[in-house]
Write a protein that binds this ligand. Structure first.
Ligand SMILES: Nc1ncnc2c1ncn2[C@@H]1O[C@H](COP(=O)(O)OP(=O)(O)OP(=O)(O)O)[C@@H](O)[C@H]1O
Length: 310
């Protein structure tokens, strides 16, 4: 039975009367690496603040492991690892000191695991925090988030400031953590990199989810159909929700959400059609198309036109 480790229901957070989260609903299943994506100002950090019990919601509910994030924040601190977008530490401490200092607030084993992660992440325990590069500082934040051996990890932009190889190693290690039953909720602007590491994806826009699904399902749900025709360009109505259209000469292409299998099969069978392809697209393309559509004019569901089909 799939179990949802993070549950958010009709969450509303307002800043000075303006909604940062506007009735957010979200489910994150156990063992998933959930990529939480959205443009600047979409509400990602606000969601993290609610999940980490730093603020109560105006209305609605957020829980982790069945515990209310605000009411049970202290209990959750032992079971949830958190890396903020801009971690701040006592700058005069060394990499080793901060682990030792933080261990006082945690259960046994924290310091050993902190040292292990710090070593894996290439940190020098004698180095002062104030002398670390941006990437080094971020790695200390990561080691601290991983040291409680948490069941759930909340990572807000964890790879920003890390160099390419460290980023890759880190993202690969997420798969191992998830395989051992941990649940990872991660925001990042590096969509292409996250696509290799995540199992689930959620797209946030203006404080609401516009998509939340396993990555495999997204790949099945959103398809690029392309073909060459001789008689005339196909009519895309009935194919599904067309997110983008492109065409030039006798070449025709659409990006379609929830394709209708019969309509797609009929298109493939057309006698004047050749080079028919039905493929999945990258997460970046899905992101761009869905965001553009959500930003489209009014409620008409107008299709953003990459290039007019001739
Ligand atoms: N303390 C605050 N006071 C007023 N408005 C705020 C505050 N924090 C966030 N906001 C507003 O709430 C909205 C959501 O902000 P949030 O920081 O959660 O977005 P985000 O998705 O994390 O953005 P980014 O990717 O730029 O970090 C934005 O419109 C932002 O301006």
């Amino acid at each position: 039975m799939p179990e949802d480790v993070i549950e958010i229901d009709r969450l509303v957070v307002r800043y000075r009367g303006k909604s940062a989260l506007d009735g957010l609903n979200l489910r994150v299943p156990r063992g998933s690496v959930y990529a939480f994506l959205g443009d600047n100002g979409a509400g990602k950090t606000t969601t993290m603040k609610i999940l980490t019990g730093q603020a109560p919601p105006d209305t609605g509910r957020a829980s982790i492991l069945g515990l209310d994030c605000w009411a049970k924040a202290t209990e959750l601190r032992f079971r949830v690892g958190y890396m903020p977008e801009r971690p701040r530490f006592y700058e005069w401490m060394s990499v080793g000191d901060i682990g030792w200092f933080t261990a006082a607030f945690h259960r046994a084993g924290f310091l050993e695991r902190y040292r292990e992660w710090a070593g894996k992440l290439g940190l020098d325990s004698a180095k002062r925090l104030k002398d670390l590069s941006k990437g080094g500082y971020a790695r200390v934040g990561l080691a601290l988030a991983l040291a409680p051996d948490p069941e759930v990890l909340l990572l807000d932009e964890p790879t920003s400031g890390l160099d390419l190889l460290t980023r890759r190693d880190f993202l690969a290690s997420l798969a191992d953590l998830a395989a051992s039953g941990r649940t990872i909720f991660i925001t990042s602007h590096s969509i292409a990199e996250l696509e290799r590491a995540c199992t689930h994806v959620g797209l946030l826009r203006d404080g609401q989810m516009i998509l939340s699904a396993p990555l495999e399902e997204v790949r099945k749900k959103i398809r690029r159909l392309s073909l060459r025709f001789t008689d005339g360009p196909p009519d895309p109505s009935g194919l599904g929700t067309v997110l983008e259209r492109y065409g030039t000469g006798h070449y025709w292409q659409v990006l379609v959400k929830d394709p209708n299998p019969e309509a797609v099969a009929a298109l493939r069978r057309r006698t004047d059609v050749s080079d028919f392809e039905d493929v999945s697209v990258s997460l970046e393309e899905v992101y761009a198309a869905l965001m553009a559509r959500a930003a489209g004019p009014g409620e008409t569901g107008a299709v953003p036109m990459v290039q007019k089909v001739e």
